[in-house]
Write a protein that binds this ligand. Sequence first.
Ligand code: ZN
Ligand code: ZN
Length: 259
Amino acid sequence: MSVATCQVCDRPVEAGYSLCPACELDFALLLLQFVPWTHALEASLDATLHPGGHQPTRIITPVAPTPLRLDVLDHLDLLASIAQGLWRRLTGVHILDWKRDLCPDVIGCLTDAAMHPRLAQLPDVGMYVSQFQRLKPKTLAIIDPPEPVTPIGQCLTCGLTVTATRDAETVTCPVCGREQTASAVRLDLLERSIRSGRSFTAGECARLLQSCGYRISRKTITSWKTRGLIAPAGADDAGKPLYSLACVVDRLRCDTPCD
Ligand SMILES: [Zn+2]
Ligand SMILES: [Zn+2]
């Protein structure tokens, strides 16, 4: 006679059980995580919302948006059908009293299932565990998309433009394979921008300097101009004043650090 084992981790379990206590708890917590995720998915349905950080903010899109994001709608449908399937397996379909098979909504199915006393005894619970585990990365990709990468400068060996996320500490050049610190690449870009003698708007100067660890804002630069501490080197097509980066850096270095 074979010993019953947990359908997730293969450890022996009591007769009549299909999940060990640890895997039952993990699965219940996973189901409960889908409660806030479902709300975030519903909020992400509106194509004019910019998803991210579980707190979407409205953006103005350059083209008329599709009113609903169909990929999110499909994903919510899939989540609902799996959650309802699990709920029906746990509560049983009543053939004679069919009204008792009226499922609650997705949230209700998830919370009922997570707290159901027979969750660890369902004969095919392993299939539901793997279905919810597969839904997790897709769900997180919709509600918390990976941080965008932006160009940070040029590879110190081959000169190709390298990109990184905001908090990346090292970057690997996709062409020559050199691993380098993001700060070295950013400093190199800053030094070359200074040497080039090019002029930038106050916002561009601030961004370049901030990416190298300087604490400076666009407002500081414009206030220097107002106070006559620096003079613009010209203006761009829109009439915005342009500043020589070298002048801004000189001003920054002779300013008191607490300014
Ligand atoms: Zn287990
Ligand atoms: Zn390279």
